[in-house]
Ligand binder design. Structure first.
Ligand code: GDP
Ligand code: CA
Length: 325
């Protein structure tokens, strides 16, 4: 079975670990979000690709959900001693090596997709991990910063990481823009994988800044909608709130309420054939089905790998239901 998954960071990576356990023999291609990518200290950092790679490769910091296990922060401390920031982005010493290798290879002329493949040679994630695009796409968030007098101050666009990590989404996101997406091309292998897939899954990743950014690359949304195979998603919203993180803030920016049903409607029946909501949201199944999307309520908390594997099994079962309907 050939499975294509559109993944952000933590939600995507933890789901993928379950999917691998549920169907060890499946051929899994992951299309990774690169809208969160940022240049720091002259280095190209790809947080979502690395979260997937480290999680599936056994190098992730489990409690945190991102970054390396057994990490130290000497380089960051030394940079800070020189007064060189930003200090709000936590790059550890082990993690730095990944970004150095990536930046060196990009500088030598390799596209990001080839660099990602090379990094995965070490981590052996057990999936084919492809960035959504080799072209630069950077998600920016329009915000109004608080003024010195406590009232509304300057309105400006900040990099997604600045909004998420430095500001911790403490001010409303007025708009979310994947800068560069409209001119980006899907990376080599992306459209081919979609065309050859037996099933396409949206893990419980952020619908705006993870899956939404991937879908913003021209050609990807169309290819998925036209693939003619079941497309099934899992809700990242449980009980009217994101399970972790601040997805409600970016959903508000696109005018979508933070409920499992509203996210399904946001993707729409033109894209989604099936949608899983958590059992606490069983009351919304009817609303999702009324939108033309087959819906089931099952436990959606990835408390451990087995729980994520059961979610993956449910998603694949729903895909089969769609296929034979
Ligand atoms: P990020 O790039 O690291 O933010 O990760 P993703 O975009 O892949 O996933 C973030 C989303 O995962 C958040 O909106 C969370 O609500 C969701 N999420 C995290 N853990 C769980 C879980 O155990 N169950 C469900 N249903 N969603 C989860
Ligand atoms: Ca992310």
């Amino acid at each position: 079975m050939r499975i294509v998954v559109l993944a952000g960071g933590i939600g995507g990576a933890r789901f993928l670990r379950g999917l691998k356990r549920a169907v060890p023999d499946a051929d899994i291609t992951v299309i990774g979000n690169t809208g969160d990518d940022i240049h720091l200290f002259g280095l190209k950092v790809c947080p979502d690709l690395d979260t997937v790679m480290y999680t599936l490769g056994g190098g992730i910091n489990e409690e945190q959900g991102w970054g390396r296990t057994d990490e130290s922060f000497h380089v960051k401390e030394e940079l800070a001693a020189y007064g060189v920031g930003p200090e709000w982005f936590g790059l550890g010493d082990r993690d730095f090596a990944t970004h150095i290798v990536r930046t060196q290879m990009l500088g030598a002329g390799f596209p990001l997709s080839a660099v990602t493949e090379a990094l995965c040679d070490r981590w052996q994630p057990g999936v084919r991990l492809i960035p959504m695009s080799d072209d630069r796409v950077e998600t920016h968030v329009a915000v109004t910063l608080p003024g010195a007098d406590g009232g509304p101050g300057e309105r400006k666009a900040v990099h997604f990481q600045e909004y998420w990590v430095r500001l911790r989404a403490s001010v409303p996101a007025e708009a979310v823009v994947p800068v560069g997406a409209e001119h980006a091309k899907p990376a080599p292998g992306v459209l081919e994988a979609v065309a050859e897939a037996d099933v396409i899954l949206f893990p419980p990743s952020n619908p705006v800044v993870s899956v939404g950014t991937i879908l913003a690359v021209p050609g990807i949304r169309e290819a998925i909608a036209d693939a003619g195979v079941p497309v099934v998603g899992l809700s990242p919203i449980v009980g009217d709130a994101p399970v972790r993180g601040m997805a409600d803030k970016v959903l508000a920016a696109v005018g979508v309420e933070a409920t499992a049903a509203a996210v399904a409607e946001h993707y729409g029946s033109g894209l989604l054939d099936g949608w899983l909501v958590d059992t606490v949201d069983a009351g919304s199944v009817e609303r999702v089905e009324a939108a033309g999307i087959r819906c089931r309520a099952v436990p959606l908390m990835m408390t451990d790998v087995d729980a994520a594997a059961r979610m993956a099994q449910e998603a694949l079962a729903l895909a089969e239901e769609v296929r034979s309907a």
